[in-house]
Design a protein around this ligand. Structure first.
Ligand SMILES: NC(=O)NCCC(=O)O
Length: 473
């Protein structure tokens, strides 16, 4: 039975949804959108589906509802909360929260994956360095013939540190210092394999189409960022995935969007170049670099078989699938994406890939609003503007058994540490048999036909559609 209050909520929801789009922060003037946890403002909220859009009402305090919504949009928070999970945890009674999180986040061996507790030293570090730190554990069934294959994975999301108007070298150094700091924390947390966000050494300036930003490009083998991470990788016995803007000196100084895989001995295991380049909204990346030419490599490391599906590649199921077919156990998805464009897709795509391909996915998104000196347009009829909108962070880990972690903050830098038992991958393959039932030959035949010039779609037309009396019967 629906009571009056629920009916009122529904009514408000419908009215509110009809009247506006997802919140963005087009005029945010700062590059770091941080709200100290102490400033979260409790309020009663209604959550819309799984797409994380939340409209607040019935809040206490003096600010009007519209003011609060605007403030939240600027901070990047969800009605004052750092993530959907925290909003639900705070606002729902415990028994409802339990049920909702079971359905939203799934179960790993019977339990919802919940954040682990942190030691005092780590809590102090998060306060001192102002970042979100969350830990999770995904277990597998004990096996008789193999020991568990535990590995600790780290995901780092971060805002740029200096304004985009600062000298380039200073911008890059400031980001590198910040990330090196977070890597030190990851090392203390025992991380074995770490992945950074897409083009982590620079602002995501590809919206502008201006070529001066190409100065941030580096050699994958000998650039500043690779050298820094090689040192950290040896010191901390850590494999590090470093997504950068690559300059390929050997091939006419061309640019690529590349992930460099640095081994735990400081060696470069290899690199992978982004397979699918977006041509959507302000993502004008095709002005700078072409589709990658490295295929779907899986890198076999001391801590498991890993691969990298860079950002927009997550919209391409076959991209995910090819990494799986090459044997990946963990696929990272370093990204740079904004709320108004992709937030409804974010919690679904990486999770679906983990399920369909029986591997773990670590999805990472940058955070904050990056404002550029000059206006740009992107042929979408919108007025010229100086920023992409809000990069909504929300990095998370998805498991092959359809469970997933709650996400990191929507508005602050963060480090997510997840302990994974990689045995879960094979256990899920055996349980669901997606590889067994995949019918690869059938699809191979279909795609072979599809790419031919003479391809005709297999459509069987209802003959009634060609009869003039079709709609009279
Ligand atoms: N960096 C990137 O490929 N972004 C495209 C937008 C999206 O895929 O959400």
């Amino acid at each position: 039975m629906e009571d009056d209050f629920a009916a009122e909520l529904k009514h408000k929801l419908i009215v509110t949804r009809a009247s506006r789009d997802l919140p963005t922060s087009p005029t945010a003037a700062t590059v770091r959108n941080r709200i100290p946890a102490s400033k979260s403002r409790p309020c009663v909220c209604f959550v819309v589906g799984s797409h994380h859009a939340v409209w607040g009402f019935r809040c206490g305090g003096a600010r009007s509802e519209m003011e609060k919504e605007n403030a939240s949009a600027k901070e990047g928070s969800l009605a004052g909360h750092e993530s959907l999970y925290r909003l639900l945890a705070k606002e729902l009674p415990p028994h409802l929260f339990q049920e909702v999180s079971r359905v939203l986040y799934g179960c790993n061996r019977g339990s919802v994956v919940t954040p682990g507790s942190l030691g005092h030293d780590m809590i102090d570090a998060t306060k001192e360095k102002d970042f979100d730190l969350q830990t999770f554990e995904f277990t597998a069934d004990p096996e008789q013939m193999r020991p568990p294959r535990n590995v600790s994975v780290g995901l780092i999301q971060n805002a740029i540190v200096l304004p985009t108007t600062a000298p380039f070298l200073e911008q890059k150094r400031a980001i590198m210092d910040r990330v090196a700091n977070l890597i030190e924390v990851a090392a203390k947390m025992g991380v074995n394999v770490l992945c950074l966000q897409e083009a982590w050494t620079m602002p995501f300036a590809f919206c502008t189409r201006e070529k001066s930003w190409c100065e941030f490009a580096e050699s994958a083998e000998a650039g500043d960022s690779t050298k820094l991470l090689q040192g950290l990788a040896v010191t901390h016995n850590m494999v590090i995935v470093s997504p950068i803007l690559e300059r390929d000196e050997a091939h006419g100084s061309t640019l690529w969007n590349t992930a460099v895989i640095i081994g735990n001995h400081g060696n470069i295991i290899g690199k992978h170049r982004k397979n699918h380049i977006p041509r959507v909204g302000d993502f004008n990346e095709s002005t700078y670099y072409m589709e990658g030419n490295t295929g779907h490599p899986v890198f076999e490391t001391e801590f498991g078989k890993i691969a990298v599906n860079i950002c927009y590649g997550r919209h391409h199921p076959m991209n995910w699938q090819a990494f799986g077919m090459n044997g990946a156990e963990i696929v990272f998805n370093p990204s740079a994406t904004v709320g108004a464009l992709s937030e409804p897709m974010w919690p679904i795509e990486a999770r679906n890939a983990a399920i369909a391909n029986s591997y773990f996915v670590g999805a990472i998104n940058r955070v904050g609003t990056e404002v550029f000196p000059r206006e740009f347009t992107s042929g979408d009829g919108k007025p010229a503007h100086k920023d992409f909108g809000h990069f909504y962070g929300s990095s998370f880990v998805a498991a092959p058994d359809a469970s997933c972690s709650p996400s990191l903050s929507r508005c602050r830098d963060g480090l997510l540490v997840a302990k994974l038992d990689l045995n879960l991958c094979q256990q899920l393959k055996d349980k669901w048999g997606f590889r067994l039932t995949a019918r690869y030959e059938m699809y191979a035949e279909f795609f072979t036909e599809y790419v031919k010039h003479g391809f005709k779609p297999q459509v069987i037309r209802d003959p009634y559609l060609d009869s003039s009396s079709a709609f009279e019967k």
